[in-house]
Design a protein around this ligand. Structure first.
Ligand code: KIV
Ligand code: ZN
Length: 387
């Protein structure tokens, strides 16, 4: 039987930490409403202690969103938790996301502390948050570089303290997929109370491995994924929502999981995030890039015209893209040219098409892309008669 993967969207928190991505409360509300339409399970709305503006955003989003869980981030500090509790007070389903660094690098150089003290601080934070809300997620920051035995000790202790979700972040994007999967497997096998919590994975893309690591996490037992729209986030970004959700949907024969994301809303959400944050999407970005369903070489175009599945593993409509595109360039072949001409109601014999193709190539060698108007002009100027 297929198992559900919970989608925890952190576009409004980790995503907003991208340089230049700062959002106003009104913008955050607009995006939160679209994230709810998209069908994510959890919206991490912000970090309430970080600024009065972010507190207000979490408060307003808590009032408006009805279906999704609303989550506020905190450090393992009482004042942070108090701020999150106040900001989430009107949420139908509130979650506090608290945690602390667990790698020796963080413990030694960031906190100038010891493993024992960090362990106690983590436990105290969960116990304190639990006084106010039932749903408490604990993040073991920099788990990717942490020693597995200490990580397991920490996770066991915070689940005993009441954590409902345990987040294993690869904060610095350091792990390789097998290594990260092994870490999740290690926790499944070495944390005695692990069945009382959901394992979450939160990966960063410093080595371009965030999606691969997230999928490896799922295969090894994680049931929540922390993602952002367009993969935006600190430094090289977070795991992209669209990539992981579509990987799960597209490869159901390989991965027996599903999410509740309405994938037809993906492109609309991506465009909204890009526009509001002022961060363009690269054309070759998987799923949502302008070229994700565009075909420009002759061999591929011929294949696509014969049957879309020859070169596409995803139906563009399933992510909100109207249709695949045939782009005419100097690498295009006669099949694509004929296809475009027929759409313009110009029919040619084989001989006429061969002649026209020569002229087309001359122009295509000068211009990067040939549009319908170019074809019409070329057709008029060469006075090739339709059959
Ligand atoms: O990357 C990270 O470790 C985080 C935590 C705050 C969850 O964003
Ligand atoms: Zn992060």
């Amino acid at each position: 039987m297929k198992q559900k993967i919970f989608v925890f969207d952190t576009t409004l928190r980790d995503g907003e930490q991208s340089p230049g991505a700062k959002l106003t409360t009104a913008e955050k509300i607009q995006l939160a409403l679209q994230l709810e339409n998209l069908g994510v399970d959890v919206i991490e709305a912000g970090f309430p202690i970080s600024s009065p503006g972010d507190f207000k955003s979490v408060d307003e989003i808590s009032k408006i969103i009805k279906k999704a869980t609303i989550c506020g981030l905190t450090r393992a500090i009482k004042g942070d938790i108090d701020a999150a509790v106040a900001a989430l007070i009107k949420a139908k389903r509130p979650r506090i996301h608290t945690g602390i660094g667990v790698s020796d690098i963080h413990i030694k150089y960031k906190f100038k502390s010891t493993r024992e003290k960090i362990l106690l601080q983590g436990i105290e934070a969960v116990k304190y948050a639990k006084k106010f809300v039932e749903d408490v997620e604990f993040y073991a920051e920099d788990a990717g570089r942490a020693e597995n035995e200490f990580l397991a000790k920490m996770i066991t202790a915070v689940i005993d303290a009441g954590a409902t979700v345990v987040n294993i972040p690869d904060t610095t994007g350091y792990c390789f997929p097998d290594e990260f999967g092994e870490k999740i497997k290690f926790l499944k096998e070495n944390v005695p109370n692990i069945d009382r919590a959901i394992i979450s994975v939160h990966c960063h893309d410093d080595l371009g491995l965030a999606t691969a690591n997230t999928l490896s996490g799922i295969i090894n037992g994680a049931r929540q994924i922390e993602v952002t729209v367009n993969g935006i986030g600190e430094r090289a970004g977070n795991t992209s929502l669209e990539e992981t959700v579509m990987a799960i949907k597209t490869r159901q024969n390989y991965l027996p999981y599903y999410t509740l994301v309405k994938t037809e809303e993906i492109l609309k959400t991506s465009k909204m995030v890009s526009l509001i944050m002022g961060i363009p999407v690269q054309p070759n970005k998987a799923i949502i890039g302008a070229n994700a369903f565009a075909h420009s070489s002759g061999i591929h175009q011929d294949g696509i015209i014969k049957r879309r599945e020859n070169y596409e593993i995803i139906d563009p409509k399933s992510v909100g893209v109207t249709k695949s595109q045939i782009v005419l360039t100097a690498r295009s072949g006669r099949a694509a040219l004929r296809h475009k001409l027929e759409k313009l109601k110009i029919n040619m014999t084989k001989e006429q098409l061969n002649q026209f193709y020569e002229k087309f190539l001359e122009l295509a060698d000068i211009k990067k892309e040939i549009f319908n108007n170019d074809l019409l002009n070329l057709y008029e100027s060469k006075s090739i008669k339709s059959s």
